[in-house]
Design a protein around this ligand. Structure first.
Ligand code: GAL
Length: 674
């Protein structure tokens, strides 16, 4: 059965509604709920006194309606009694202020006492629910991430540094602490990179960001260990936050989980965007699939208008279903909507679930009920089918952290740059995997590593192996600048990657917004020569080829006529070095050229606003066509197709897709069976 569900809060809902809730869920095709991740104060109303009867009753009702449950461990919102007794369990902000009680995500992940309390509640829950027939899995906490600058973290950071560097001599050398006389003679002297202290040593700051990421990974692991031991038949996940979330190394956080799930809100009240950027959302899905190179779940998929103090626009008819299918189109094998109902109380009074405050089924409920019926029919054929990508993009958390410390140019944004390049592939309906720098790249024809700023010997070797065996690697500005400790390398840029690129950066120029340049492609290729002198800016690196050939030259300024983009044959493959930043006018022709020489075709060629993806169930090809526009669209379909979402005549030739509509089609090899 394809998991199709809602986030359900019996802890926030009068018990008199539970039975009706379960019936309405069942009627909508809902077969799973996630619960209890914010219920610590009800599960442990007093220190050491545990109370599961209410959750047992809720589970019994759900189970009677064929609904199973993923339980959240409640560590992201500690009860008031705990914080009242131990206010130092609260997180400290980067300006040194301890966060007061009253919201959530305010705990300190390294505090030994917090570990104790977490260990105890998780053990109690695990023991109570290990054998429960309705419980299938666990979500650890909720949306990990905020950094803490508490004394406990400082102590834990010192230990982390001792393990990483072994000696203070090694640390002082790696960070270059002779600069401004920061030499450390005792571990305890090492400070935290608080913002009030001003611009920190980049080595110290990068290590602190890594340490904080590890602190959450460790805190999660402590819970994973308990659950694995007590509940060996249950799976374990965490709810991640997509591509853009910059504070944790998600590859590390995902490593010891059974599956990745994530929270997807295309239109919340903060952005309130009538036309959500569906390409950026697609990248979110691809990143989540990439964390374990495995299909994932949506654990919170938008179910209504978002709202805290402000309220977002109402999702238009069809939008919730469209956004949910987009996740499945990119590899989701579970779909859970946030949330079932809309709470009358608390910060999220206006965060709308499938039911409004009056709890009567209305438009959004019926839209998802339609999807529930569709998934009941076709979900099992989709579940487990694979996304096959021949392109990978490398997401480097070290680079992203390093740019948080030194942005290099106020207009530069690592995430935005990544999306710009992804967009050029996505526009061509090309499936992309997002992988970490050390990943095995051998299965990909093209690998793009945007602004790969921090490069170790191991990463450089991995990329060399990939290219020498026939791969095509694309690198962009500010690559190879930093070593593992965030010191600038003592080489021509791109440092350890210079040989692979056959190029040396002779000079770099970091431009203000009003200063632009242009490039012209000089490579004999129709895709490139069709591009009309793309505008470039932010960074212009003047390239000096050693073995590379020139693809494009700058058109202006004192480096007019000097190389901006090069291509270098290396082993059986090649490396393209793009020494400047642009937008669509630069990346689209470049990507078109790369796809052409690699002979990679998009899934289908379609109009702007239509997204097409494919998944494979063994030899069975399943096509997802998503119309993100508000107009009906007609598109040509090669081959013969069966409509998986409704009984209709076989589809051949042209397909019509309504505004915000979705087609899920199974390819039929034998036209009589279409
Ligand atoms: C998510 C979070 C949920 C809820 C939702 C709406 O980020 O996990 O608990 O807060 O946003 O704001």
């Amino acid at each position: 059965m394809f998991p199709f569900g809602v986030d359900y809060y019996p802890d926030q809902t009068p018990e008199k509604y539970w039975e009706t809730d379960a019936r309405l869920m069942q009627e909508a095709g809902i077969n799973v709920v996630r619960m209890a991740e914010f219920a610590w104060a009800l599960l442990e109303p007093e220190d050491g006194k545990f109370e599961f009867a209410w959750l047992d009753r809720a589970l019994a009702i759900l189970q009677a309606h064929g609904i199973s449950a993923v339980l959240g461990t409640p560590g992201s919102s500690p009860p008031a009694w705990l914080i009242h007794a131990h206010p130092d369990l609260l997180r400290v902000r980067d300006d040194g202020v301890r966060i007061p009680y009253g919201n959530r995500h305010h705990f300190d992940p390294s505090h030994p006492l917090y570990w104790e309390y977490t260990r105890r509640i998780v053990t109690q829950m695990a023991e109570h629910y290990a054998q429960h027939p309705a419980v299938i899995g666990w979500q650890i906490n909720n949306e990990f991430g905020d950094r803490s600058y508490s004394p406990e973290n400082r102590r834990a950071f010192h230990k982390w540094l001792q393990k990483r560097y072994g000696s203070l001599e090694a640390l002082n050398a790696a960070w270059g602490t002779m600069f401004w006389s920061h030499i450390y003679r005792q571990w305890e002297e090492i400070p935290l990179p608080l913002t009030i202290a001003g611009s920190p040593n980049p080595g110290l700051a990068l290590d602190y960001y890594r340490f904080m990421s590890d602190a959450y990974v460790d805190y999660q692991q402590m819970q994973v260990d308990i659950l694995r031991k007590i509940c060996p038949t249950h799976w374990i996940t965490h709810n991640f936050m997509g591509f853009g979330y910059p504070l944790i190394n998600y590859f590390d956080l995902a490593r010891n989980l059974d599956l990745v799930s994530w929270d997807n809100y295309p239109c919340d009240q903060w952005r309130n965007n009538p036309n959500p950027d569906f390409t950026a959302i697609a990248l979110g899905h691809d990143t989540m699939r990439g964390l374990k190179q495995k299909n994932f779940w949506l654990m919170e998929q938008q179910a209504g208008a978002g709202g805290w103090e402000m309220i977002s626009m109402a999702p238009r008819p069809g939008a919730l279903r469209l956004w949910a299918y987009q996740g499945i189109a990119h590899g989701a094998d579970g779909m859970v909507f946030f949330r079932w109902d809309t709470c009358r109380y608390g910060t999220e009074q206006y965060w709308h679930g499938l039911l409004d405050h009056h709890r009567q089924p209305s438009r959004r409920y019926y839209e998802i009920k339609q999807m529930g019926a569709e998934i009941a029919c076709c979900g099992e054929n989709i579940r487990g089918s694979k996304v096959k990508a021949s392109i990978a993009m490398i997401l480097s958390n070290d680079a992203r952290f390093a740019f948080q410390i030194q942005g290099n140019n106020p207009q530069f944004n690592y995430n935005a740059h990544f999306v710009d390049i992804y967009r050029a592939f996505h526009r061509r309906q090309i499936m992309v995997d997002v992988v970490e720098p050390g990943a095995d790249l051998s299965q990909y024809q093209i690998v793009v590593a945007p602004a790969l700023h921090v490069v170790t010997e191991a990463i450089a070797e991995n990329l060399k192996t990939y290219v020498s065996q026939g791969g095509t690697l694309v690198l962009t500005p500010r690559s190879g600048v930093k070593d593992a400790s965030n010191a600038v390398v003592e080489m021509h840029l791109p440092g350890l990657l210079a040989e692979l690129c056959g190029v040396e950066v002779e000079e770099y120029d970091s431009l203000p917004p009003e200063v632009k340049n242009q490039i012209e492609f000089v490579w004999p290729d129709k895709e490139l020569s069709a591009a009309e002198s793309p505008e470039v800016g932010i960074f212009c690196e003047i390239l000096s080829p050693t073995t590379a050939q020139i693809l494009a030259l700058y058109k202006q300024d004192y480096y007019q006529g000097r190389p901006a983009i090069t291509v270098n044959p290396f082993g059986l493959g090649k490396t393209v070095y793009v020494g400047t930043l642009g937008k669509e006018t630069l990346y689209q022709p470049l990507v078109n050229w790369l796809l052409e020489i690699a002979e990679i075709q998009g899934v289908l060629s379609v109009a702007e606003g239509i997204e097409v993806t494919e998944r494979w169930q063994d030899e069975q090809r399943i096509l997802f066509i998503l119309n993100h526009t508000t107009q009906n669209k007609i598109l040509p379909l090669p081959g013969h197709w069966r409509n998986c979402l409704e009984d209709s005549a076989p589809l051949v030739g042209l397909a019509s897709i309504p505004p915000r509509g979705v087609l899920v089609l199974a390819e039929s090899k034998d036209e009589n069976q279409a």
